[in-house]
Design a protein around this ligand. Structure first.
Ligand code: 15L
Length: 262
């Protein structure tokens, strides 16, 4: 793996990966529709809109692997989700195929399965239960990844990312938090593991309150180094009271299960 393309490089995860992947691969090609901080050593910045297939095809020229973070990272109108997350993700896979890219890491989300209840433990084989238009677009990303793996031989790792950050920020995130170094480890597995055809894993640290059976990630060699539990006391002390009929408290997706437009 010499040249890695990161879409959505200006976002929180993209910015973090620029730091933690620096020097790991000889060349990072960074792209976003939003302004990016200037390229450092081993980086190049190419602004692009992933809804533009020709632009994405040009981005994929000479690329060995893609970390696809681009698109909208939360709930939004159908029109915006369709363009950025459905058309954009289709363009990334199609451009990868045309340019002979070997690996694609699809940054999917806990919201692809956010309508599972918090009293359930789910693994990578459960049917998707999206909690939002956003979650549905991530389920689409997982499905198109399967199609391009099975039909065209791309190696695809779908990472259902929980909540990325330096520390868990609330009670729900104690269950789904992932630290920067743990997510970096998963990205490296996706790019470097010799036998990835099509896999789904959960992008979470070693959290005692996890809702996930992440054995598929462990099978691929994932050994998370961080845990949310040392943060639990402080996080829970700061958590506001929830109303007893708060539907977001029942489901893993939290507030995403309630449509803000209805
Ligand atoms: C996500 O998928 C979002 O991209 C992120 O912004 C958070 O909302 C996260 O899920 C979460 O569930 O905390």
């Amino acid at each position: 793996m010499e040249r890695i393309l990161i879409t959505g490089a200006a976002g929180g995860i993209g910015t973090g990966l620029r730091r933690t992947l620096a020097g790991v691969y000889p060349h990072l090609r960074l792209s976003d529709i939003q302004p990016m901080t200037p390229a450092g050593p081993g980086e190049e910045c190419i602004p692009a809109d992933i809804a533009d297939l020709a632009a994405v095809e040009a981005l994929c020229d000479g690329v060995d692997g893609i970390i696809h973070l681009g698109g909208i990272s939360g709930e939004a109108s159908w029109e915006r989700i369709l363009e950025a997350n459905i058309v954009g993700t289709r363009n990334v896979f199609e451009a990868a195929r045309r340019q002979g890219v070997r690996r694609v890491i699809m940054a999917t989300s806990n919201h692809a399965v956010g309508f599972y209840r918090r009293d359930q433990t789910i693994d990578h084989e459960v049917p998707v239960r999206p909690d939002s238009r956003y979650g549905l677009s991530k389920a689409f990303g997982e499905a198109i990844g399967a199609l391009y793996a099975d039909r065209h031989g791309l190696g695809v790792l779908c990472v259902r990312i929980g909540n990325y950050g330096d520390a868990p920020i609330d009670k729900r995130r104690l269950s789904i938090w992932i630290s920067p170094r743990d997510l970096t480890q998963l990205m490296r597995i996706g790019l470097e593991h010799p036998d990835i055809h099509y896999e789904i894993v959960y992008g979470v640290s070693d959290n005692a309150r996890s809702w996930y059976d992440n054995s598929n990630a462990h099978r691929l060699g994932y050994r998370p180094e961080d845990r949310s539990e040392p943060h639990a006391e402080a996080v829970l002390a700061a958590e506001p009271e929830h109303a007893s009929d708060d539907i977001g408290e029942i489901y893993q997706g939290g507030g995403f299960v309630v449509d803000p437009e209805l």
